[in-house]
Write a protein that binds this ligand. Sequence first.
Ligand SMILES: *Cc1c(COP(=O)(O)O)cnc(C)c1O
Length: 344
Amino acid sequence: MKPLQELVRPNIWALSPYSSARDEYSGHDAHVFLDANENPYNGPLNRYPDPLQRELKALISKNKEVPESHIFLGNGSDEAIDLVYRCFTRPGIDNVVAIEPTYGMYRVCADINDVEYRPVLLDDHFQMSAAKMLEACDRYTKVIWICSPNNPSGNLIDPDEVEMVIEGFEGIVVVDEAYSDFAPGKPFRTKLRHHPNLIVLNTMSKAWGCAAIRLGMAFASAEIIGLFNKVKYPYNVNALTQERALEMMQSPYEVEKWVKLLLQERIRVMESFSILPICQKVYPTDANFFLARMTDAPAIYDYLMREGIIVRNRSRVTLCDNCLRVTIGTKTENSQLLAALRKY
Ligand SMILES: *Cc1c(COP(=O)(O)O)cnc(C)c1O
């Protein structure tokens, strides 16, 4: 890896962050708070939340087995994705490399930040070649994006190839593991110690069943987390979100139960799809959704919509001709989907 300073936008490296009222007193045993222009009435909502979410990070640290100093929390993973661009890529100069097809936000954030986006096609099994990824890089490539299990294809990217990218690249490698709770094998956050250039993304929006509260996580070296903390909005995770996330983190067994159920249902739905005359191929998956190649995806999508059932039409996405992406729902929801498809 290059020295971090060579990878960071110079203005961000030099930035003195906003210092909030709550940052400054910390450590003292205070009971009268007249520092932040808050209204003293309407507690507890009258108070600004902890800008560094310390209590929540302590629990996440235990749950995910990552030290607190290596955790960033944001308003969804989408905040962390945007921060990667704002910390590392100079608009109009630098570029990023990403697997293709993948999650759309990496490209949208590149466009917003005026950063060149270089997609590298996966193979017919949606697998990545580390060599092809590294070939697409030049001296202005600051970040490589890998999503595993990948969205929309659902499969894990071969961890040996991911490791080769992390080892072979001098810049930042982001591995988005939004769906790792559903996947077998060791998640990449367990390998942070060996890779100072690695950023791993997690979210509470999928297996944890908390898309509404908007809580995303980035795991990385303490230096990279320090940069994110400097650039983020001071109170980026609101008090209600922190409170609900704390509650959720206290019942991880509930989440395990959901994951087990969803994986069982996934088998049933995929088997049923594979024998539908209108389904040509069901792609293997390691997530809570799967990709299916249909005889006529747009028409089937419209039909399902008329039946009140919404799936994702991915037929215009690279390598996903005529494909629908189907999320695994409850047993009842899945049965409704299958019944509708059988009478198409
Ligand atoms: C759903 C999803 C996310 C989640 O984003 P949030 O902003 O945390 O809700 C992140 N990455 C991928 C690949 C996803 O599919």
